[in-house]
Design a protein around this ligand. Structure first.
Ligand code: NAP
Length: 324
């Protein structure tokens, strides 16, 4: 018997083929986020739920899915799921680590290069028809090559960003909750410092921590005031890791130089003032948005779902307590 699976939004074609072959699939045919009520209706009598970072999976939804054997998230971050509630209900929760590391690290670099070298700002100038030609003082930005990169969070994506910094001959400093071993630091070419020092002494700062209660507003006005006035702050982690209103003030008042953001506190809403600032590059949460990565994420989410539905521990289990 094929497991009954509810999918909250269509995945890449290869994943849809796999799901259709291997499950009794119900899914959202519209290209939009489902309402909570629609997810509650969708999970009734289902063995598996495959959901996205835009779906908030709370205890009420888990209660409605009384037969659920798995909540399989199509993302590495899982702040959208009440994991404690799932564990209490003995429902395994899974994510898709690793397959999106490189594409997200690439995105952090795209934002860093764009914010520093003012590419999007220049694009706006050219399109406006107001560009009067090359000028020696036009749209100058800070040097990327040879500068200091500070990484807050050195998990998979933070490390991939550090590796890329070598090509730019940057000094890489990091703060992470868990310090790496000396040999791993040497291999990656990174130096550990307290967070305040990483913030105060870096030209570029890129955030790579997971979002949870401890990292919520990790970068607020106090931390932002420690940055160099020329510093460029990049966030491809999760929006609420930065206090967005404090960031707007810092960008407006010259407390920091520039920023590159892929994620926002209240997605898809973006602070109106951010939209008016030239010294920030705004991407619409594109970190993992490559064809190859999204297909791998989908296949991984399906593999997790099928494993749990057939009574096996899924390979990317977040809450081992669900099996206790
Ligand atoms: P990872 O390897 O699990 O790394 C997570 C990092 O967060 C580690 O450095 C970890 O520190 C740190 N962390 C976790 N809880 C913490 C806490 N309470 N206090 C301080 N640090 C804490 O994950 P990853 O694959 O690198 O992904 C990182 C995040 O990037 C994801 O959680 C996701 O939110 C985000 N992301 C965004 C996109 C996008 O589209 N923009 C795409 C992919 C991922 P320890 O080493 O001490 O555990």
């Amino acid at each position: 018997m094929k497991p009954k699976v509810f999918l909250t939004r269509e995945l890449p074609p290869e994943c849809m083929r796999l799901l259709t072959e291997s499950t009794e699939l119900s899914y959202n045919h519209e290209d939009r986020v489902l309402t909570k009520q629609e997810i509650i209706s969708g999970v009734q009598n289902m063995d598996g739920l495959i959901c996205l970072l835009t779906d908030t999976i709370d205890d009420e939804i888990l209660a409605a899915g009384s037969k659920l054997q798995v909540v399989s998230n199509f993302a590495v971050g899982f702040n959208n799921i009440d994991v404690n509630a799932a564990t209490r209900r003995q429902i395994p929760v899974t994510n898709t680590p690793g397959v999106l590391t490189n594409s997200t690290a690439d995105m952090a670099w795209a934002l860093m290069m764009d914010a520093a070298r003012r590419v999007t700002e220049g694009d706006r100038l050219v399109r406006s028809g107001q560009w009067s030609g090359w000028g020696p003082l036009q749209l100058l930005g800070p040097d990327v090559s040879g500068s200091t990169l500070g990484l807050i969070g050195l998990g998979r994506i933070g490390k991939a960003v550090a590796k890329r910094a070598r090509g730019f001959e940057m000094q890489v400093r990091y703060w992470n909750r868990t310090r790496l071993s000396e040999s791993e630091e040497a291999e990656l070419g990174v130096q550990y410092f307290p967070m305040e020092q990483v913030l105060a002494e870096s030209d570029f700062i890129s955030l790579h921590v997971a979002l949870n209660d401890e990292t919520h507003h990790l970068n607020s006005s106090r931390e932002l005031s420690q940055l160099k006035s020329t510093a460029c702050l990049i966030n491809t982690a999760r929006g609420p890791v930065i206090h967005e209103a404090a960031l707007v003030k810092a960008l407006k008042n010259g407390i920091i130089g520039s920023a590159g953001l892929d994620v926002y506190e209240e997605e898809p809403a973006v602070d109106k003032e951010l939209l008016r600032l030239d010294n920030v590059v705004l991407a619409p949460h594109l970190g993992s948005a490559t064809i190859g990565t999204r297909t791998k994420m989908g296949n991984m989410a399906i593999e997790n779902c099928l494993a749990a539905c057939s009574g096996n521990k899924p390979p990317n289990l977040i809450n081992p307590g669900a099996y206790v």
